[in-house]
Design a protein around this ligand. Structure first.
Ligand SMILES: Cc1cc2nc3c(=O)[nH]c(=O)nc-3n(C[C@H](O)[C@H](O)[C@H](O)COP(=O)(O)OP(=O)(O)OC[C@H]3O[C@@H](n4cnc5c(N)ncnc54)[C@H](O)[C@@H]3O)c2cc1C
Length: 493
Protein backbone atom coordinates (compact mmCIF):
# COMPACT_ATOMS: atom_id res chain seq x y z
CA UNK A 1 0.00 0.00 0.00
CA UNK A 2 1.40 3.40 -0.91
CA UNK A 3 1.81 6.12 1.67
CA UNK A 4 -1.12 7.96 0.10
CA UNK A 5 -3.31 4.82 0.30
CA UNK A 6 -2.33 4.32 3.93
CA UNK A 7 -3.19 7.91 4.73
CA UNK A 8 -6.56 7.57 2.97
CA UNK A 9 -7.38 4.34 4.92
CA UNK A 10 -6.32 6.05 8.14
CA UNK A 11 -8.53 9.02 7.36
CA UNK A 12 -11.45 6.73 6.49
CA UNK A 13 -11.09 4.78 9.77
CA UNK A 14 -10.87 8.00 11.73
CA UNK A 15 -13.97 9.22 9.94
CA UNK A 16 -15.84 6.04 10.80
CA UNK A 17 -14.77 6.31 14.42
CA UNK A 18 -15.67 9.99 14.57
CA UNK A 19 -19.07 9.22 13.09
CA UNK A 20 -19.57 6.81 15.99
CA UNK A 21 -20.34 3.91 13.65
CA UNK A 22 -17.79 1.56 15.19
CA UNK A 23 -15.61 3.40 17.69
CA UNK A 24 -12.06 2.15 17.68
CA UNK A 25 -12.08 1.25 21.38
CA UNK A 26 -14.61 -1.48 20.60
CA UNK A 27 -12.42 -2.77 17.77
CA UNK A 28 -9.45 -2.86 20.15
CA UNK A 29 -11.53 -4.68 22.73
CA UNK A 30 -12.65 -7.10 20.04
CA UNK A 31 -9.07 -7.81 19.06
CA UNK A 32 -8.01 -8.38 22.69
CA UNK A 33 -11.12 -10.37 23.66
CA UNK A 34 -12.17 -12.13 20.47
CA UNK A 35 -15.78 -13.25 20.47
CA UNK A 36 -16.55 -11.29 23.66
CA UNK A 37 -17.56 -7.98 22.08
CA UNK A 38 -20.99 -7.35 20.62
CA UNK A 39 -21.68 -4.57 18.13
CA UNK A 40 -24.96 -2.80 17.31
CA UNK A 41 -27.34 -4.29 14.76
CA UNK A 42 -26.59 -7.88 15.74
CA UNK A 43 -29.01 -10.34 17.41
CA UNK A 44 -26.68 -10.72 20.41
CA UNK A 45 -26.59 -6.95 20.92
CA UNK A 46 -30.37 -6.90 21.08
CA UNK A 47 -30.29 -9.76 23.59
CA UNK A 48 -27.75 -7.95 25.77
CA UNK A 49 -29.88 -4.79 25.65
CA UNK A 50 -32.41 -6.56 27.89
CA UNK A 51 -32.89 -4.60 31.09
CA UNK A 52 -35.63 -4.69 33.71
CA UNK A 53 -36.52 -1.05 32.98
CA UNK A 54 -37.07 0.30 29.47
CA UNK A 55 -35.41 3.54 30.54
CA UNK A 56 -32.16 1.56 30.56
CA UNK A 57 -32.88 -0.74 27.62
CA UNK A 58 -33.31 2.14 25.18
CA UNK A 59 -29.70 3.35 25.61
CA UNK A 60 -27.29 2.15 22.93
CA UNK A 61 -23.70 1.53 23.97
CA UNK A 62 -21.09 1.46 21.20
CA UNK A 63 -20.56 -2.17 22.18
CA UNK A 64 -21.15 -4.67 24.96
CA UNK A 65 -18.12 -6.52 26.36
CA UNK A 66 -19.01 -9.88 27.87
CA UNK A 67 -16.01 -11.17 29.85
CA UNK A 68 -15.77 -14.80 30.98
CA UNK A 69 -13.04 -14.36 33.63
CA UNK A 70 -11.50 -11.77 35.95
CA UNK A 71 -8.56 -11.62 33.53
CA UNK A 72 -10.95 -10.65 30.71
CA UNK A 73 -12.40 -7.91 32.93
CA UNK A 74 -8.89 -6.71 33.71
CA UNK A 75 -7.98 -6.54 29.99
CA UNK A 76 -11.17 -4.66 29.23
CA UNK A 77 -10.58 -2.16 32.04
CA UNK A 78 -7.02 -1.48 30.86
CA UNK A 79 -8.16 -0.82 27.29
CA UNK A 80 -11.19 1.24 28.23
CA UNK A 81 -9.32 3.45 30.71
CA UNK A 82 -6.32 3.89 28.39
CA UNK A 83 -8.73 5.24 25.76
CA UNK A 84 -10.52 7.48 28.27
CA UNK A 85 -13.79 5.87 27.29
CA UNK A 86 -16.91 6.25 29.44
CA UNK A 87 -18.26 2.86 30.46
CA UNK A 88 -20.62 1.13 32.83
CA UNK A 89 -21.11 -2.33 34.32
CA UNK A 90 -24.20 -4.50 34.18
CA UNK A 91 -24.86 -7.16 36.81
CA UNK A 92 -28.51 -8.20 36.74
CA UNK A 93 -29.60 -4.92 35.08
CA UNK A 94 -32.35 -4.12 37.62
CA UNK A 95 -31.59 -0.44 38.15
CA UNK A 96 -34.71 1.46 37.16
CA UNK A 97 -33.34 4.76 35.91
CA UNK A 98 -31.56 5.74 32.70
CA UNK A 99 -27.84 5.03 32.81
CA UNK A 100 -27.84 3.06 36.08
CA UNK A 101 -26.08 0.14 34.36
CA UNK A 102 -26.21 0.98 30.66
CA UNK A 103 -24.66 3.82 28.66
CA UNK A 104 -25.22 5.77 25.47
CA UNK A 105 -22.21 5.59 23.09
CA UNK A 106 -19.78 4.20 25.68
CA UNK A 107 -18.96 0.60 26.59
CA UNK A 108 -21.17 -1.60 28.75
CA UNK A 109 -19.33 -4.43 30.48
CA UNK A 110 -22.04 -7.06 30.82
CA UNK A 111 -21.08 -9.76 33.32
CA UNK A 112 -23.85 -12.13 32.22
CA UNK A 113 -21.54 -15.02 31.38
CA UNK A 114 -19.71 -14.98 34.73
CA UNK A 115 -22.09 -17.45 36.31
CA UNK A 116 -20.02 -19.71 38.52
CA UNK A 117 -21.84 -21.23 41.50
CA UNK A 118 -19.56 -23.52 43.51
CA UNK A 119 -20.20 -24.90 46.98
CA UNK A 120 -17.18 -25.48 49.24
CA UNK A 121 -16.52 -28.98 50.58
CA UNK A 122 -17.61 -28.00 54.10
CA UNK A 123 -20.86 -26.49 52.63
CA UNK A 124 -20.21 -23.22 54.48
CA UNK A 125 -19.28 -21.04 51.50
CA UNK A 126 -20.63 -20.57 47.99
CA UNK A 127 -18.43 -18.95 45.36
CA UNK A 128 -20.63 -16.94 43.07
CA UNK A 129 -19.92 -15.21 39.76
CA UNK A 130 -21.14 -11.59 39.40
CA UNK A 131 -23.41 -12.33 36.43
CA UNK A 132 -25.73 -14.59 38.41
CA UNK A 133 -29.30 -13.72 39.14
CA UNK A 134 -30.48 -14.94 42.57
CA UNK A 135 -32.64 -17.68 41.12
CA UNK A 136 -29.57 -19.17 39.38
CA UNK A 137 -28.04 -19.71 42.81
CA UNK A 138 -31.21 -20.88 44.56
CA UNK A 139 -31.82 -23.46 41.83
CA UNK A 140 -28.45 -25.01 42.59
CA UNK A 141 -28.58 -24.71 46.38
CA UNK A 142 -32.14 -25.88 47.07
CA UNK A 143 -31.48 -29.50 46.01
CA UNK A 144 -28.46 -29.50 48.38
CA UNK A 145 -30.54 -28.24 51.32
CA UNK A 146 -28.51 -25.02 51.41
CA UNK A 147 -29.19 -21.33 51.02
CA UNK A 148 -27.60 -17.87 51.21
CA UNK A 149 -28.64 -14.39 52.31
CA UNK A 150 -29.75 -13.05 48.92
CA UNK A 151 -32.48 -11.20 47.08
CA UNK A 152 -36.12 -12.16 47.29
CA UNK A 153 -37.08 -11.79 43.60
CA UNK A 154 -35.75 -14.33 41.12
CA UNK A 155 -34.10 -12.32 38.33
CA UNK A 156 -32.52 -9.53 40.36
CA UNK A 157 -28.72 -9.51 40.05
CA UNK A 158 -26.39 -10.81 42.73
CA UNK A 159 -23.94 -7.97 42.12
CA UNK A 160 -25.99 -4.80 42.50
CA UNK A 161 -28.09 -6.16 45.35
CA UNK A 162 -25.10 -7.36 47.37
CA UNK A 163 -22.93 -4.28 46.74
CA UNK A 164 -25.71 -1.89 47.84
CA UNK A 165 -26.82 -3.87 50.93
CA UNK A 166 -29.30 -6.66 50.22
CA UNK A 167 -32.49 -7.36 52.18
CA UNK A 168 -33.27 -11.07 52.30
CA UNK A 169 -35.73 -13.66 53.61
CA UNK A 170 -32.92 -14.57 56.01
CA UNK A 171 -31.95 -11.10 57.23
CA UNK A 172 -33.54 -11.83 60.61
CA UNK A 173 -30.94 -14.56 61.14
CA UNK A 174 -27.86 -13.16 59.39
CA UNK A 175 -28.23 -9.44 58.53
CA UNK A 176 -28.17 -8.13 54.95
CA UNK A 177 -26.51 -9.81 51.97
CA UNK A 178 -23.42 -7.56 52.21
CA UNK A 179 -22.87 -8.76 55.79
CA UNK A 180 -22.48 -12.33 54.58
CA UNK A 181 -19.80 -11.89 51.93
CA UNK A 182 -16.55 -13.49 53.09
CA UNK A 183 -14.42 -12.48 50.12
CA UNK A 184 -14.69 -10.17 47.12
CA UNK A 185 -12.46 -10.53 44.07
CA UNK A 186 -12.17 -7.10 42.51
CA UNK A 187 -10.68 -5.59 39.35
CA UNK A 188 -9.50 -2.09 40.21
CA UNK A 189 -9.02 0.93 37.94
CA UNK A 190 -5.44 -0.10 37.13
CA UNK A 191 -6.67 -3.51 35.99
CA UNK A 192 -5.17 -5.25 39.04
CA UNK A 193 -7.08 -8.23 40.42
CA UNK A 194 -7.32 -7.99 44.22
CA UNK A 195 -9.13 -9.85 46.95
CA UNK A 196 -10.84 -8.10 49.82
CA UNK A 197 -11.61 -9.95 53.07
CA UNK A 198 -11.83 -9.01 56.76
CA UNK A 199 -8.02 -9.39 56.88
CA UNK A 200 -6.80 -8.55 53.32
CA UNK A 201 -7.49 -5.09 51.88
CA UNK A 202 -9.76 -4.57 54.88
CA UNK A 203 -10.71 -1.05 53.87
CA UNK A 204 -11.93 -2.19 50.45
CA UNK A 205 -13.83 -5.05 52.09
CA UNK A 206 -15.61 -2.57 54.35
CA UNK A 207 -16.38 -0.21 51.45
CA UNK A 208 -17.88 -2.94 49.29
CA UNK A 209 -20.26 -3.88 52.10
CA UNK A 210 -23.01 -1.43 51.17
CA UNK A 211 -20.79 1.17 49.51
CA UNK A 212 -22.18 0.07 46.14
CA UNK A 213 -20.84 -0.45 42.63
CA UNK A 214 -19.46 2.28 40.28
CA UNK A 215 -16.68 3.55 42.58
CA UNK A 216 -14.18 1.00 43.88
CA UNK A 217 -13.82 -1.79 41.38
CA UNK A 218 -15.59 -4.42 39.34
CA UNK A 219 -16.36 -7.41 41.52
CA UNK A 220 -15.65 -10.63 39.66
CA UNK A 221 -16.38 -13.10 42.46
CA UNK A 222 -18.28 -13.15 45.73
CA UNK A 223 -17.63 -15.86 48.37
CA UNK A 224 -20.82 -15.94 50.40
CA UNK A 225 -21.68 -17.69 53.66
CA UNK A 226 -24.07 -20.62 53.10
CA UNK A 227 -26.19 -22.48 55.64
CA UNK A 228 -28.57 -25.44 55.87
CA UNK A 229 -32.06 -24.51 54.79
CA UNK A 230 -35.20 -26.45 53.87
CA UNK A 231 -38.57 -25.04 52.90
CA UNK A 232 -39.72 -21.73 54.34
CA UNK A 233 -43.14 -20.81 55.60
CA UNK A 234 -44.58 -17.96 53.50
CA UNK A 235 -47.83 -16.11 53.13
CA UNK A 236 -49.04 -13.50 50.63
CA UNK A 237 -52.27 -11.77 51.54
CA UNK A 238 -54.05 -9.38 49.18
CA UNK A 239 -56.71 -7.17 50.72
CA UNK A 240 -58.75 -4.11 49.71
CA UNK A 241 -56.84 -0.87 50.31
CA UNK A 242 -59.55 0.37 52.69
CA UNK A 243 -58.15 -2.01 55.33
CA UNK A 244 -54.99 0.10 55.60
CA UNK A 245 -55.89 1.98 58.78
CA UNK A 246 -56.41 -1.26 60.71
CA UNK A 247 -53.60 -3.18 58.94
CA UNK A 248 -50.77 -0.64 59.22
CA UNK A 249 -50.74 -0.56 63.05
CA UNK A 250 -50.14 -4.32 62.96
CA UNK A 251 -47.17 -3.91 60.60
CA UNK A 252 -45.78 -1.18 62.82
CA UNK A 253 -46.27 -3.29 65.96
CA UNK A 254 -44.54 -6.20 64.21
CA UNK A 255 -41.46 -4.03 63.51
CA UNK A 256 -41.18 -2.94 67.13
CA UNK A 257 -42.55 -5.85 69.19
CA UNK A 258 -43.30 -8.82 66.90
CA UNK A 259 -39.67 -9.33 65.86
CA UNK A 260 -38.62 -9.29 69.50
CA UNK A 261 -40.83 -12.33 70.07
CA UNK A 262 -39.59 -14.03 66.87
CA UNK A 263 -36.49 -12.39 65.34
CA UNK A 264 -36.52 -14.70 62.30
CA UNK A 265 -39.96 -13.50 61.10
CA UNK A 266 -39.65 -11.25 58.03
CA UNK A 267 -42.19 -9.23 56.11
CA UNK A 268 -42.98 -6.24 53.93
CA UNK A 269 -46.16 -4.31 53.28
CA UNK A 270 -47.20 -2.88 49.90
CA UNK A 271 -50.01 -0.50 49.07
CA UNK A 272 -50.77 -0.40 45.34
CA UNK A 273 -53.20 1.15 42.93
CA UNK A 274 -54.32 -1.43 40.40
CA UNK A 275 -56.99 -0.79 37.81
CA UNK A 276 -57.32 -4.60 37.46
CA UNK A 277 -58.36 -4.87 41.12
CA UNK A 278 -60.61 -1.82 40.81
CA UNK A 279 -58.53 0.56 42.91
CA UNK A 280 -56.25 0.55 45.95
CA UNK A 281 -55.15 -2.70 47.51
CA UNK A 282 -52.79 -4.04 50.15
CA UNK A 283 -50.25 -6.79 49.70
CA UNK A 284 -48.70 -8.31 52.80
CA UNK A 285 -45.81 -10.74 52.23
CA UNK A 286 -44.61 -12.70 55.25
CA UNK A 287 -41.79 -15.24 55.60
CA UNK A 288 -40.25 -17.48 58.22
CA UNK A 289 -37.26 -19.78 57.62
CA UNK A 290 -38.34 -22.58 59.98
CA UNK A 291 -42.04 -22.25 60.91
CA UNK A 292 -44.56 -24.83 59.73
CA UNK A 293 -47.71 -22.89 60.66
CA UNK A 294 -48.49 -19.15 61.01
CA UNK A 295 -45.74 -17.66 63.19
CA UNK A 296 -47.11 -15.95 66.28
CA UNK A 297 -46.19 -12.35 65.27
CA UNK A 298 -48.12 -12.76 61.98
CA UNK A 299 -51.31 -14.14 63.53
CA UNK A 300 -52.98 -10.70 63.85
CA UNK A 301 -52.48 -10.17 60.08
CA UNK A 302 -54.47 -13.28 59.30
CA UNK A 303 -57.65 -12.16 61.06
CA UNK A 304 -58.87 -10.04 58.13
CA UNK A 305 -61.71 -11.16 55.89
CA UNK A 306 -62.68 -10.95 53.14
CA UNK A 307 -59.27 -11.05 51.43
CA UNK A 308 -58.81 -11.02 47.67
CA UNK A 309 -56.37 -13.86 48.06
CA UNK A 310 -54.44 -15.78 50.68
CA UNK A 311 -51.49 -17.79 49.39
CA UNK A 312 -50.03 -19.44 52.49
CA UNK A 313 -47.58 -22.23 51.78
CA UNK A 314 -44.34 -24.02 52.54
CA UNK A 315 -41.93 -23.60 49.63
CA UNK A 316 -38.25 -23.55 48.81
CA UNK A 317 -36.39 -20.33 48.02
CA UNK A 318 -36.39 -20.95 44.26
CA UNK A 319 -40.17 -21.12 44.27
CA UNK A 320 -40.62 -18.13 46.58
CA UNK A 321 -38.30 -16.02 44.45
CA UNK A 322 -40.30 -16.96 41.35
CA UNK A 323 -43.54 -16.09 43.13
CA UNK A 324 -42.16 -12.57 43.65
CA UNK A 325 -41.06 -12.20 40.01
CA UNK A 326 -41.62 -8.67 38.73
CA UNK A 327 -41.50 -8.72 34.91
CA UNK A 328 -39.56 -6.08 32.99
CA UNK A 329 -40.74 -4.21 29.92
CA UNK A 330 -41.91 -0.94 31.49
CA UNK A 331 -40.35 2.30 32.71
CA UNK A 332 -39.36 2.28 36.38
CA UNK A 333 -38.42 4.58 39.26
CA UNK A 334 -37.76 4.05 42.97
CA UNK A 335 -37.29 6.60 45.79
CA UNK A 336 -36.89 5.88 49.51
CA UNK A 337 -36.52 7.24 53.00
CA UNK A 338 -36.31 5.81 56.50
CA UNK A 339 -38.06 6.78 59.70
CA UNK A 340 -38.47 5.45 63.23
CA UNK A 341 -40.84 2.49 63.28
CA UNK A 342 -42.50 3.64 66.49
CA UNK A 343 -45.59 5.52 65.22
CA UNK A 344 -48.39 3.77 63.32
CA UNK A 345 -50.06 7.14 62.72
CA UNK A 346 -47.06 8.29 60.65
CA UNK A 347 -47.55 5.42 58.18
CA UNK A 348 -51.31 5.98 58.03
CA UNK A 349 -50.67 9.65 57.24
CA UNK A 350 -48.03 8.71 54.63
CA UNK A 351 -50.55 6.41 52.96
CA UNK A 352 -53.04 9.25 52.69
CA UNK A 353 -50.38 11.62 51.28
CA UNK A 354 -49.28 8.96 48.77
CA UNK A 355 -52.88 8.31 47.65
CA UNK A 356 -53.32 12.02 46.90
CA UNK A 357 -50.14 11.91 44.79
CA UNK A 358 -51.30 8.77 42.97
CA UNK A 359 -54.72 10.26 42.21
CA UNK A 360 -52.96 13.25 40.60
CA UNK A 361 -50.55 11.03 38.65
CA UNK A 362 -53.38 8.83 37.36
CA UNK A 363 -54.91 11.94 35.81
CA UNK A 364 -51.56 12.78 34.16
CA UNK A 365 -51.20 9.20 32.88
CA UNK A 366 -54.57 9.62 31.14
CA UNK A 367 -55.31 5.93 30.93
CA UNK A 368 -51.80 4.81 29.99
CA UNK A 369 -50.19 2.10 32.16
CA UNK A 370 -49.26 3.34 35.65
CA UNK A 371 -48.58 1.05 38.62
CA UNK A 372 -47.75 3.01 41.78
CA UNK A 373 -46.55 1.24 44.92
CA UNK A 374 -45.87 2.37 48.48
CA UNK A 375 -43.64 -0.22 50.15
CA UNK A 376 -43.04 -0.25 53.89
CA UNK A 377 -40.51 -2.65 55.37
CA UNK A 378 -38.98 -2.92 58.80
CA UNK A 379 -35.28 -2.82 59.68
CA UNK A 380 -35.52 -4.21 63.20
CA UNK A 381 -32.81 -3.36 65.74
CA UNK A 382 -31.43 -6.89 65.92
CA UNK A 383 -30.73 -6.80 62.15
CA UNK A 384 -28.69 -3.63 62.61
CA UNK A 385 -26.79 -5.51 65.35
CA UNK A 386 -26.11 -8.33 62.86
CA UNK A 387 -24.65 -5.72 60.44
CA UNK A 388 -21.82 -4.98 62.89
CA UNK A 389 -19.93 -8.29 62.25
CA UNK A 390 -16.43 -8.28 60.72
CA UNK A 391 -15.88 -4.57 61.26
CA UNK A 392 -19.39 -3.51 60.24
CA UNK A 393 -20.66 -2.29 56.89
CA UNK A 394 -20.59 1.10 55.18
CA UNK A 395 -24.29 1.92 55.62
CA UNK A 396 -23.76 3.87 58.82
CA UNK A 397 -26.67 2.33 60.77
CA UNK A 398 -26.21 1.90 64.52
CA UNK A 399 -28.35 -0.34 66.74
CA UNK A 400 -29.41 2.80 68.62
CA UNK A 401 -31.07 4.00 65.33
CA UNK A 402 -33.46 1.04 65.34
CA UNK A 403 -36.10 -0.08 64.86
CA UNK A 404 -36.45 1.64 61.50
CA UNK A 405 -38.95 1.48 58.71
CA UNK A 406 -37.94 1.89 55.06
CA UNK A 407 -40.61 3.78 53.15
CA UNK A 408 -40.22 3.32 49.41
CA UNK A 409 -42.10 4.76 46.45
CA UNK A 410 -42.14 2.85 43.19
CA UNK A 411 -43.69 3.85 39.89
CA UNK A 412 -43.99 1.60 36.85
CA UNK A 413 -45.32 3.26 33.69
CA UNK A 414 -45.33 3.12 29.92
CA UNK A 415 -45.36 6.69 28.53
CA UNK A 416 -41.84 8.22 28.24
CA UNK A 417 -43.43 11.67 28.49
CA UNK A 418 -44.10 10.93 32.18
CA UNK A 419 -40.43 10.21 33.07
CA UNK A 420 -39.48 13.61 34.48
CA UNK A 421 -42.82 14.20 36.21
CA UNK A 422 -42.87 10.88 38.04
CA UNK A 423 -39.24 11.12 39.06
CA UNK A 424 -39.67 14.66 40.41
CA UNK A 425 -43.00 13.99 42.08
CA UNK A 426 -41.63 10.89 43.82
CA UNK A 427 -38.69 12.92 45.07
CA UNK A 428 -40.97 15.73 46.28
CA UNK A 429 -43.14 13.19 48.09
CA UNK A 430 -40.10 11.73 49.86
CA UNK A 431 -39.13 15.29 50.91
CA UNK A 432 -42.64 15.82 52.28
CA UNK A 433 -42.48 12.49 54.14
CA UNK A 434 -39.19 13.65 55.64
CA UNK A 435 -40.65 17.02 56.70
CA UNK A 436 -43.55 15.32 58.50
CA UNK A 437 -41.20 12.83 60.18
CA UNK A 438 -38.90 15.66 61.29
CA UNK A 439 -41.82 17.60 62.78
CA UNK A 440 -42.72 14.52 64.83
CA UNK A 441 -39.14 13.66 65.82
CA UNK A 442 -39.25 10.43 63.81
CA UNK A 443 -36.86 11.23 60.93
CA UNK A 444 -33.90 8.85 60.51
CA UNK A 445 -32.50 9.84 57.12
CA UNK A 446 -30.81 6.61 56.01
CA UNK A 447 -31.31 6.23 52.24
CA UNK A 448 -31.06 2.62 51.06
CA UNK A 449 -29.09 2.82 47.81
CA UNK A 450 -30.88 -0.06 46.14
CA UNK A 451 -34.28 1.63 46.52
CA UNK A 452 -33.08 5.19 45.92
CA UNK A 453 -33.83 7.64 43.15
CA UNK A 454 -30.87 9.09 41.27
CA UNK A 455 -31.95 12.48 42.69
CA UNK A 456 -31.15 11.36 46.26
CA UNK A 457 -27.83 11.83 48.07
CA UNK A 458 -27.27 8.27 49.24
CA UNK A 459 -23.72 8.62 50.57
CA UNK A 460 -24.50 11.72 52.64
CA UNK A 461 -27.13 9.60 54.38
CA UNK A 462 -24.41 7.17 55.54
CA UNK A 463 -23.09 9.98 57.78
CA UNK A 464 -20.16 12.32 57.15
CA UNK A 465 -17.43 10.03 58.60
CA UNK A 466 -18.52 7.09 56.44
CA UNK A 467 -18.95 9.25 53.32
CA UNK A 468 -15.43 10.68 53.79
CA UNK A 469 -13.95 7.24 54.50
CA UNK A 470 -15.56 5.86 51.33
CA UNK A 471 -14.12 8.74 49.28
CA UNK A 472 -10.63 8.10 50.66
CA UNK A 473 -10.89 4.38 49.94
CA UNK A 474 -12.07 5.08 46.38
CA UNK A 475 -9.09 7.44 45.96
CA UNK A 476 -6.66 4.82 47.33
CA UNK A 477 -7.78 2.17 44.85
CA UNK A 478 -8.33 4.63 41.98
CA UNK A 479 -5.55 7.20 42.56
CA UNK A 480 -5.78 8.69 39.06
CA UNK A 481 -9.57 9.02 39.23
CA UNK A 482 -10.11 6.78 36.17
CA UNK A 483 -13.18 5.03 37.53
CA UNK A 484 -14.32 8.27 39.12
CA UNK A 485 -14.45 10.03 35.78
CA UNK A 486 -15.21 7.18 33.36
CA UNK A 487 -17.50 4.71 35.18
CA UNK A 488 -21.01 6.06 34.71
CA UNK A 489 -24.14 5.01 36.50
CA UNK A 490 -25.66 4.48 39.91
CA UNK A 491 -24.29 6.51 42.83
CA UNK A 492 -20.91 8.23 42.56
CA UNK A 493 -18.82 9.40 45.49
C1 LIG B 1 -38.04 -6.61 41.08
C2 LIG B 1 -37.01 -6.16 42.08
C3 LIG B 1 -36.90 -6.84 43.29
C4 LIG B 1 -35.94 -6.43 44.23
N1 LIG B 1 -35.84 -7.11 45.42
C5 LIG B 1 -34.91 -6.71 46.32
C6 LIG B 1 -34.74 -7.41 47.57
O1 LIG B 1 -35.41 -8.40 47.85
N2 LIG B 1 -33.82 -6.94 48.42
C7 LIG B 1 -33.05 -5.84 48.16
O2 LIG B 1 -32.24 -5.46 49.00
N3 LIG B 1 -33.16 -5.18 46.99
C8 LIG B 1 -34.07 -5.58 46.08
N4 LIG B 1 -34.18 -4.90 44.89
C9 LIG B 1 -33.29 -3.77 44.59
C10 LIG B 1 -31.97 -4.31 43.99
O3 LIG B 1 -31.13 -4.67 45.07
C11 LIG B 1 -31.27 -3.25 43.12
O4 LIG B 1 -32.09 -2.89 42.05
C12 LIG B 1 -29.91 -3.77 42.63
O5 LIG B 1 -29.10 -2.71 42.19
C13 LIG B 1 -30.07 -4.76 41.48
O6 LIG B 1 -28.85 -5.32 41.14
P1 LIG B 1 -28.51 -5.68 39.63
O7 LIG B 1 -27.19 -6.33 39.60
O8 LIG B 1 -29.68 -6.41 39.06
O9 LIG B 1 -28.47 -4.23 39.01
P2 LIG B 1 -27.50 -3.51 37.93
O10 LIG B 1 -28.39 -2.43 37.38
O11 LIG B 1 -26.90 -4.46 36.97
O12 LIG B 1 -26.34 -2.89 38.82
C14 LIG B 1 -26.55 -1.92 39.83
C15 LIG B 1 -25.26 -1.12 40.03
O13 LIG B 1 -24.20 -1.98 40.42
C16 LIG B 1 -23.11 -1.86 39.52
N5 LIG B 1 -22.55 -3.18 39.34
C17 LIG B 1 -23.19 -4.25 38.79
N6 LIG B 1 -22.39 -5.33 38.84
C18 LIG B 1 -21.24 -4.94 39.42
C19 LIG B 1 -20.04 -5.61 39.78
N7 LIG B 1 -19.87 -6.91 39.56
N8 LIG B 1 -19.06 -4.89 40.37
C20 LIG B 1 -19.21 -3.59 40.64
N9 LIG B 1 -20.34 -2.91 40.34
C21 LIG B 1 -21.34 -3.57 39.74
C22 LIG B 1 -23.70 -1.31 38.24
O14 LIG B 1 -22.75 -0.60 37.48
C23 LIG B 1 -24.78 -0.41 38.77
O15 LIG B 1 -24.18 0.80 39.13
C24 LIG B 1 -35.11 -5.31 43.94
C25 LIG B 1 -35.22 -4.65 42.72
C26 LIG B 1 -36.16 -5.06 41.80
C27 LIG B 1 -36.27 -4.32 40.52
Amino acid sequence: MSRLDQALVGLALAGIAAAGLRPSVCDTLNAALPGLVTFPNTPLYLQESTYWSNRQAELQPSCFVTPRTAQDVSKAVKIITSRNTPFTVKGGGHTGYTGGSNIQDGVTIDLLYMKEVKVSKDRKTVTVGPGNRWVDIYEQLDPLGLSVVGGRADTVGVSGLTLGGGISYFSGSYGWACDNVKLYEVVTASGDILTATPTTNKDLYWALRGGGGSNFGIVTRFDIRSFDQGELWASSLILPGAFNTSFIPLIQDFAVNGVKRDPLAHQYFVMAYSADFGGYLILSDQFHPSAKTIPEPFKPLHQFAPVFSNNTRLANVTQLSRDIHVPGGHRQNFAVTSVAATSAQLFIDYTQMWKELVDRMLVKAAGSHLLPLLVIQPIPTHIIELMQVNGGNALGLKPSDGPLMLVQLSFEWSDPALDATLETEANNMINKFNQVAKQRGLYKGFIYMNYASRLQDVYASYGLPNALKLKLIALKYDPFGRFKSLWRGYFKL
